[in-house]
Design a protein around this ligand. Structure first.
Ligand SMILES: [Zn+2]
Ligand SMILES: [Zn+2]
Ligand SMILES: [Zn+2]
Length: 398
């Protein structure tokens, strides 16, 4: 059972641990910030995981504000299981190699692609010899020594107008790959990128083949994985070797399409079971899900129906206005992790949360005073709204 949550104060970014009990098994959900991570946060994350008898790691997606701290995991920390959104298909891998080929390292779309492709090589050395990497999607359930978590998103069956087919991923990725190739007018690179992506993914796809668990594609730790990840690392290195880029800037409509596609990967979950009504120790984590995709989750009438009430909800995308949703289930607490995302991003914590959900408790990191509600002087803990937590973390007992 999920007994407590630590909300790490990481400026603009997400980093949480879910624990069964103090010193019990722990799961790290994201480890990132758009800015330099404080050393005391890094130490506290590692300390929490290190003393846990079993440990798990979930990366919801590959934006820096969720991913950047991964390289700061302490060396001798090994995980029983890693959970990644289900991206490991031939088409997605190829599209993302194309992004590395054509785009500048300064582009967010490039960095998402790089972090995604690099996630298995970077994390495999942190896997226990008997550990597992699971690529999860909607309808999968992960059961570990903390709790049983339902994966609510990504939904690989969502393709365009709710047309269900074998998987949005490859079809849509292939289409975007074709558009990129014709935009850059480099037909000759088509074969090269395809071959590179295939040699990167083939060994892993072979290891995945036949090792599915509860619907999720899985990779087992061990020698074969170590060999495969060494190969992946060198292919990735050659793909990112210095070259003169970009040939030309990506046009904005294609960039938007690609970034929307990458955002679909964002992993959301709860620990409810079908027909749970009790909010006791129930948590809902919504990563950076878009309003459109959140509404698909809420509309779900299948066994992934949301509870009517939770103990705590991690609101979408750091509480920013563009991602605000007014139809979240009931909850005692709302968790918002936000800070200064950089010049002129306009990504403040929207006062809409405090106004619309006025009866709830808020745990809002408010790093560098980025909470509009706080700035409007309507604070604070009098109305159970707590804007600003001490570094390195706030611990919420459920
Ligand atoms: Zn994101
Ligand atoms: Zn984010
Ligand atoms: Zn606040």
């Amino acid at each position: 059972m999920t007994e407590s949550i630590k909300i790490f104060n990481v400026n603009f970014g997400d980093c949480f641990t879910l624990e069964a009990k103090e010193g019990g098994p722990a799961m790290l959900v994201d480890f990132g910030s758009t800015r330099r991570l404080d050393d005391n946060v890094i130490a506290a994350v590692n300390r929490t995981l290190y003393r846990a008898p079993e440990r798990y790691l979930m990366l919801t997606h590959f934006h820096a504000d969720h991913y950047s701290g991964i390289s700061r995991l302490c060396r001798n920390l090994f995980f029983n299981e890693l959970y990644l959104p289900d991206f490991f298909s031939r088409g997605i891998i190829r599209l993302n190699f194309a992004l590395l080929e054509f785009l500048s390292e300064r582009s967010a779309v490039y960095n998402f692609a790089y972090n995604m492709l690099n996630s298995v090589p970077v994390l495999a050395p942190h896997l226990d010899p008997n550990g597992i990497i699971s690529f999860v999607k909607r309808h999968d359930v992960i059961t570990n020594s903390i709790d049983r978590y339902r994966i609510l998103w990504p939904d690989n069956t969502q393709y365009r107008n709710n047309f269900y087919n074998a998987g949005y991923s490859d079809e849509e990725a292939d289409e975007l790959f074709g558009e990129l190739i014709s935009y850059y007018g480099t037909r000759d690179l088509y074969e090269m990128i395809t071959a590179r992506a295939d040699s990167f993914s083939r060994p892993i796809l072979q290891l995945i083949n036949g090792s599915e668990r509860a619907g999720a594609k899985t990779l087992n730790g061990g020698d074969a994985l170590v060999r495969a990840t060494n190969d992946m690392r060198s292919i990735l290195l050659s793909a990112t070797a210095e070259k003169t880029k970009p040939i030309k800037h990506l046009n904005s409509s294609l960039r938007r399409k690609i970034s929307a596609f990458q955002n679909k990967m964002c992993l959301c979950f709860d620990n409810a079971s079908e027909n749970t009504v009790d909010l006791d120790k129930k948590v809902l984590f919504l990563s950076d899900i878009t309003r459109e995709n959140f509404n698909i989750i809420t509309a779900g009438a299948d066994n992934m129906k949301l509870c009517s009430a939770y103990s705590a909800i991690k609101v979408p995308h750091h509480g920013t206005k563009d991602y605000f949703v007014n139809n979240l289930p009931q909850s005692c607490f709302m968790m918002i992790s936000n800070g200064n995302a950089g010049s002129g991003s306009g990504w403040m914590i929207s006062a809409l949360y405090g106004l619309h959900y006025s009866t709830r408790g808020f745990i809002c990191t408010n790093y560098e005073n980025t909470c509009d509600y706080y700035l409007a002087d309507r604070q604070c803990c009098a109305s159970q709204i707590c804007c600003g937590i001490a570094s390195p973390y706030y611990q919420l007992e459920l």
